[in-house]
Design a protein around this ligand. Structure first.
Ligand code: RP5
Ligand code: MG
Ligand code: MG
Length: 303
């Protein structure tokens, strides 16, 4: 509704960081909001120079001025373009010498990067792996209300907030988006951390394959994706100057004999993984439910 405000906390381990409330009608930055006094927040982990995470320089670092916004940035090995087209730059507080990216969707109640590594768009990928719900004899089940087949998707539980989500993740520096989709699925839903030597193959319920075969199956399966969405993600970490954008792809196992047979196991930043029924009543992290609705429409499934 009009006067609804977004007052949520930024994220789990920063329970003290409250966003400045932004009424629905004031989200658009072109609308005047004179009382607006966003909280300045960039997590220590993002500011620290001690670890090797691929972070951007902060505004007080001379390197900051070398960032190439709205472009491929080879120096920092990342794509700073938004799916929305060019975003504007704005003053950081009253400092007219420093320009920071302006969130194209609007005000969030926080300036700085919050917990995000990059200024501007932070690119992620979301693999939505689906199969049809079946009875114990393998027959596809239809929903009594809609008489439509029911989809199940691979869902993970995020370690940090405990929320259930699509097993998505951030694009590594220089990484192709297709690689991110497959890598994150393997890490978070199969607990496979790389494809060097150590993949165990007792993680499967009904099929046993060796490492090479497993990778072949996954590589082939992940070639047949359908793009569902690319754009902004309403992520709890977003700020006025740093935000999540994602590319979501549906990988559907029609027969249920491929990935549909895999035993899921949460790994990396996921503490659990399971097949979950698609329905409008799902409560998931960020706006992941909206992505699933698109998949249900695409597959003419129950929703
Ligand atoms: C969401 O955060 C994206 O849709 C993706 O699922 C996820 C990526 O962040 P991490 O899972 O790496 O925290 O905005
Ligand atoms: Mg991950
Ligand atoms: Mg993730």
């Amino acid at each position: 509704t009009e006067d609804q405000t977004r007052t949520c906390l930024i994220y789990y381990d920063h329970k003290d960081v409250h966003r400045f409330p932004v009424p629905q009608s004031k989200i658009d930055m072109s609308k005047k909001y004179t009382e607006y006094c966003p909280v300045e927040f960039t997590a220590d982990k993002i500011l620290s120079k001690s670890n090797k995470l691929p972070k951007d320089p902060h505004i007080d670092d001379p390197e900051y001025k070398t960032i190439r916004f709205n472009d491929m940035d080879f120096k920092f090995d990342c794509d700073r373009r938004s799916y929305y087209g060019p975003y504007e730059l704005m003053d950081y507080k009253d400092n007219t010498n420093v320009k920071v990216p302006k969130n194209p969707v609007g005000r969030t109640g926080i300036i700085g990067r919050g917990r995000l590594f990059r200024w501007g768009p932070n690119h992620a990928a979301d693999p939505i792996v689906t199969r049809w719900k079946r009875d114990i004899n393998g027959k596809i089940i239809k929903h009594p209300d809609t008489n439509r087949q029911i989809l199940e998707f691979v869902c993970i539980q995020r370690r940090n907030t405990g929320e259930w989500a699509i097993p998505g993740g951030m694009r590594d520096p220089g990484e192709k988006i297709n690689k991110t989709l497959l890598r994150e699925f393997k890490e978070e839903a199969l607990n496979i951390n790389n494809n060097e030597n150590g993949i165990e193959f007792n993680k499967f319920e009904r099929i046993v394959v060796n490492t090479k075969d497993l990778n072949k199956i996954l590589d082939r399966f992940f070639k047949g994706g359908t793009e569902i969405y690319q754009g902004y993600m309403d992520d709890p970490r977003n700020t006025d100057n740093a935000w999540m954008e994602t590319l979501a792809c549906n990988f559907h196992d029609e027969t249920g004999n491929i990935v549909g047979q895999f035993k899921l196991e949460g790994g990396d930043d996921a503490k659990d993984a399971r097949w979950m029924e698609l329905s409008r009543d799902l409560k998931l992290f960020a706006s992941h439910v909206d992505l699933l609705r698109e998949v249900a429409v695409l597959r003419r499934a129950h929703w």
